[in-house]
Design a protein around this ligand. Structure first.
Ligand code: NDP
Ligand code: 13P
Length: 321
């Protein structure tokens, strides 16, 4: 059976390794730190997924060369690390199917994962795996449904087949722009929802925020060529609902800490923070109306208090829905 490569042994990369290997597929899981990789290989555990045991078909390594033996490689490093990782690994990874699992927009270039793959590995087939799924749920074998987006429908169908497992159900799409932007933008809204709840503004305010945030996601994605239906699917609406309503979401928890004025561990991956800054800058430059995103970026950067941001959002001119 074809070996699947996974670059990035964090919570999500490891969870994907567990579900694929549990379905009998051999997996090479790459971690950047050799000591960490060796410990994980020996102990079959990781502190990022407490209580989960790595199935036998998972090999953990800090060497990039073994990924050359994998025709399909899932990229599960954080968004802001993707370009740097791919530049360093292009010799090994080019001409493969590279499936980005990270959710965000690169701050330095304003690009999403598929454009970064195309630039760094021009002979690769780029795809996106995204949608509502917490790593812990996937690793525990709970039912999950995700979107697998690839411009080439034939390659997309092959990847859908190769990466689906009895508990991980993949739906296919050719709208790679819509899929990656849905996943990136919902993280901004999850931070905003966390702020609303943390600041004690209530569930009604959160519902309003999610709905107007969704309108904003559609506006931005469609201005970039996405199909509105994609945003209404798992990668947009589905993931928006999950992360705006669950304290399992790190973006939500980060927002809640901001709302309460509490400390938040800076080592936790919070993709929506950098992405809010990147998207706010693009929206401003292109004249796309993104009031929630602008507010989140300003609150994160300390340019505006939460009270000021709420006042600004509520005092915008009244309009049709
Ligand atoms: N966790 C989840 O439930 C889900 C996560 N995702 C997405 O997956 C992506 C990864 O998230 P997740 O696994 O949770 O994050 P984690 O924080 O758990 O892990 C991040 C991993 O990336 C590695 N890493 C960090 N920086 C670099 C770098 N510069 N080069 C190479 N490797 C690096 C880390 O290595 P080290 O340990 O050495 O720091 C770690 O293995 C994010 O974009 C997230 O949005 C998508 C769906 C669900
Ligand atoms: O994207 C996710 C679930 O679909 C994970 O969300 P967080 O990164 O906010 O934890």
């Amino acid at each position: 059976m074809t070996r699947i490569g996974i670059a990035g042994a964090g919570a999500f990369g490891t969870a994907l390794a567990v579900t694929l290997a549990s379905a009998g597929r051999p997996v090479t899981l790459w971690a950047r730190d050799p000591v960490f990789a060796d410990r994980m290989m020996q102990s079959r555990e990781t502190p990022r997924l407490p209580g989960i045991v790595l199935p036998d078909p998972v090999t953990v390594t800090a060497e990039l060369d073994p990924l050359a033996g994998c025709e399909t490689v899932l990229l599960s490093v954080p968004m802001q690390a993707l370009a740097g990782f791919l530049k360093g690994a292009a010799m090994v990874l080019d001409a493969r199917a590279l499936i980005a699992c990270c959710k965000g927009v690169d701050m330095a270039t304003g690009r999403g994962p598929s454009a970064i793959i195309a630039e760094t590995c021009p002979r690769a087939t780029a795809a996106i795996l995204t949608g509502p799924s917490f790593a812990a749920d996937i690793a525990r074998g709970l039912p999950t449904a995700l979107t697998l987006a690839c411009r080439d429908p034939r390659r997309g169908a092959e990847l859908q087949e190769r990466l689906s497992t009895p508990t991980l159900r993949l739906y296919r799409s050719t709208d790679i722009t819509g899929a990656e932007l849905g996943g990136a933008l919902k993280n901004i809204m999850a931070i905003a929802a966390g702020i609303v709840i943390g600041a004690g503004l209530g569930d009604s305010a959160r519902a309003a925020l999610m709905t107007r945030g969704f309108a904003e996601m559609q506006r931005f994605a469609c201005a970039h060529g996405a199909e509105p239906e994609t945003l209404a699917g798992l990668s947009g609406f589905g993931d928006l609902v999950l992360t705006c309503t669950s304290a399992q979401s790190r973006n939500f928890r980060y927002g809640a800490a901001l709302g309460k004025g509490a400390w938040f561990d800076p080592d936790v991956t919070v993709e929506g923070a950098a992405t809010a800054r990147a998207v706010a800058a693009i929206a401003q430059a292109r004249g796309i109306e993104m009031p929630v995103t602008q507010s989140v970026a300003q609150v994160i950067d300390g340019q505006r208090s939460i009270a000021e941001a709420v006042k600004t959002l509520l005092s915008r001119p009244l309009k049709e829905e």
